[in-house]
Design a protein around this ligand. Structure first.
Ligand SMILES: Nc1ncnc2c1ncn2[C@@H]1O[C@H](COP(=O)(O)OP(=O)(O)OP(=O)(O)O)[C@@H](O)[C@H]1O
Ligand SMILES: [Mg+2]
Length: 260
C-alpha cells in the first residue's frame, strides 16, 4: 500500500456486536462472540487478523461478507451499509464486491460438479455471457497456476493445494475488490502453504485486490499484511501497521502472542 496516499476505506465494521442464538434464552450475562468491534479495511491493503481459537475471527469474517447479520452495529461495503433486509440485486452486487475463501477447500467445492460447471456458475452470476465463460475460466485457472485440463475433472481428483487454487479462481470469477481469507492455508501441508501465500501476493498485485487475512499463525500474517489486528474474546484490542506491531505491540496480550 502506498504510504503517501490517504487511505480509502472499502470495508468497515461499526460497533459490531454479535450473539449466537442458543437453545436457551439469551441471558444478560451471555458472552458475545463479537463485542463492539470497529474496524476499517483500506482499499488495496492486506489487513491481517489474529487471535486465539474462539476469539471471533470467523464470526467477524462472516459478518464482513454479509453471510450473517450482526446482532448490533453495521457493516459498510464500499460506503454502502449492508442492510438487514436486502434485495436480491443488492446481494448480487455485494457478492461481486466481496468474496470469502474458507479454510477447507474440500467443503467449498461441490463434489458432484466438474470444475468447468463450478466456474461457469460463478461466471454466470457475474453476468459473463455463455460463449465467453470457457475462455474466461481458462484465463482464471491460468492465473492461479492451473492448466485448462482441470476443467473436465471433479474436485476429488485434486490435492488440497490445487483445490484451494480452484476456490480462488472461482472467487475471482466475479472480479471482486475484496477477498476475506479465513485461514486459507491452515488445512494444507506445510510444503504447499508457501505456494498459496505467494500466489495470493501475486493475485493481489495483478487484480488490485484488498485482503482481510485471518490466521492464528503470526508468521503468515506478519509475512502478508500491511496492518495487523488482534481479536481477543470478541474484542478488537489492537490494530496497527504491521511493522510497528511486529516490532513491539502496545497491548500485553499481543506481546504474549508474539512471544515477547
Ligand atoms: N454457529 C455458532 N453457534 C454458536 N456459537 C458459535 C457459532 N460459531 C461460533 N460460535 C462461538 O462464537 C465464538 C467465536 O467463534 P469463531 O468461530 O468466530 O472463532 P475463531 O476465532 O474463528 O476460532 P478458530 O480459530 O477456532 O477458528 C466462540 O465462542 C464459538 O464457540
Ligand atoms: Mg475460525
Amino acid at each position: 500500500m502506498s504510504q503517501v496516499k490517504e487511505p480509502v476505506t472499502i470495508l468497515e465494521a461499526r460497533a459490531v456486536t454479535h450473539f449466537y442464538a442458543s437453545g436457551l434464552v439469551r441471558s444478560r450475562r451471555a458472552v458475545p462472540a463479537l463485542n463492539s468491534v470497529n474496524l476499517q479495511v483500506y482499499d488495496g491493503e492486506t489487513l491481517g487478523l489474529v487471535g486465539e481459537s474462539g476469539s471471533g475471527k470467523t464470526t467477524l469474517a462472516r459478518i464482513l461478507v454479509g453471510l450473517i447479520r450482526p446482532s448490533q452495529g453495521m457493516v459498510l461495503l464500499n460506503g454502502q451499509a449492508i442492510l438487514r433486509r436486502t434485495t436480491r440485486r443488492e446481494k448480487r452486487l455485494r457478492r461481486r464486491l466481496c468474496q470469502i475463501v474458507f479454510q477447507n477447500p474440500h467443503s467449498s467445492l461441490n463434489p458432484y460438479l466438474n470444475i468447468e460447471t463450478s466456474m461457469s456458475e460463478a461466471l454466470a452470476s457475474a453476468g459473463v455471457p455463455r460463449s465467453a465463460r470457457e475462455p474466461e475460466a481458462v484465463r482464471l485457472l491460468a492465473s492461479v497456476g492451473l492448466d485448462k485440463d482441470v476443467l473436465s475433472r471433479r474436485p476429488a481428483a485434486f490435492s488440497g493445494g490445487q483445490k484451494q487454487r480452484i476456490v480462488l479462481a472461482r472467487a475471482l470469477a466475479v472480479s471482486p475488490r475484496v477477498l476475506i481469507l479465513d485461514e486459507p492455508t491452515a488445512s494444507l501441508d506445510l510444503s504447499v502453504q508457501a505456494g498459496i501465500l505467494n500466489l495470493l501476493l501475486d493475485l493481489r498485485r495483478q487484480y488490485g485486490l484488498t485482503y482481510v487475512l485471518i490466521s492464528h499463525d503470526l508468521h503468515v500474517v506478519g509475512y502478508m499484511s500491511d496492518r495487523i489486528g488482534v481479536l481477543r474474546r470478541g474484542r478488537l484490542i489492537e490494530c496497527a501497521e504491521a511493522e510497528r506491531f511486529l516490532a513491539g505491540p502496545e497491548r500485553p496480550y499481543s506481546r504474549e502472542l508474539l512471544g515477547l
